[in-house]
Design a protein. Structure first.
Length: 172
């Protein structure tokens, strides 16, 4: 009976150690995902900066050079930057289900969760966003569409106004 008791104690110890290892891996995975999410925020700020730079430069050049077509070029460029930002936000949002699941595991302490499943979880979330077309909703989050939509609308509105003779600054 003593050997059986020792075996059971050893088994319990090994199981608890495996749980601690899994928890450590989950903790590391959680912090890695958080770092990825923050990286997407940095990329988003860069995309916004480029969008404003290219858009405003295009609009200013249209006025300076007297070439109304540059207004549309600026609008299209900003629209492309907006599209890039939507993709970055979709990629970023694909990480959130895994983060929530890990947080719930550590908050409640119950439920089995396998560590090192970041890619599988990300891909599943990404496919779900594509399937239910959530990217269209994401595109119109204020923190995503600003400042891109303003540059798009400004460039197109100025071009339309210029071509309808209401606004003749660009006419030479």
């Amino acid at each position: 009976m003593s050997a059986l008791r020792c075996f059971l104690e050893l088994f319990k110890y090994l199981i608890s150690e495996m749980k601690l290892d899994a928890d450590a891996l989950l903790k590391d995975e959680y912090f890695h995902i958080q770092k990825e999410i923050e990286g997407y925020d940095q990329k988003s700020l860069s995309v916004k900066a480029w969008s404003v730079t290219v858009g405003i430069t295009g609009i200013a050049s249209a006025f300076h050079q007297g070439v109304p077509a540059l207004l549309l070029v600026a609008a299209v460029a900003s629209l492309l930057f907006w599209t890039i930002e939507v993709y970055w936000k979709v990629f970023q949002n694909s990480f959130y289900p895994r983060v929530r699941r890990i947080e719930k595991y550590f908050r409640t302490g119950n439920g089995a969760i396998a560590p090192l499943q970041m890619t599988k979880s990300w891909y599943g979330a990404f496919e779900k966003i594509k399937a239910d077309r959530s990217y269209l909703k994401i595109a119109f989050y204020p923190h995503v569409f600003l400042p891109h939509l303003l540059v798009v609308l400004g460039g197109v509105a100025t071009w339309v106004a210029n071509n309808s003779l209401v606004f003749i600054v660009l006419k030479k």
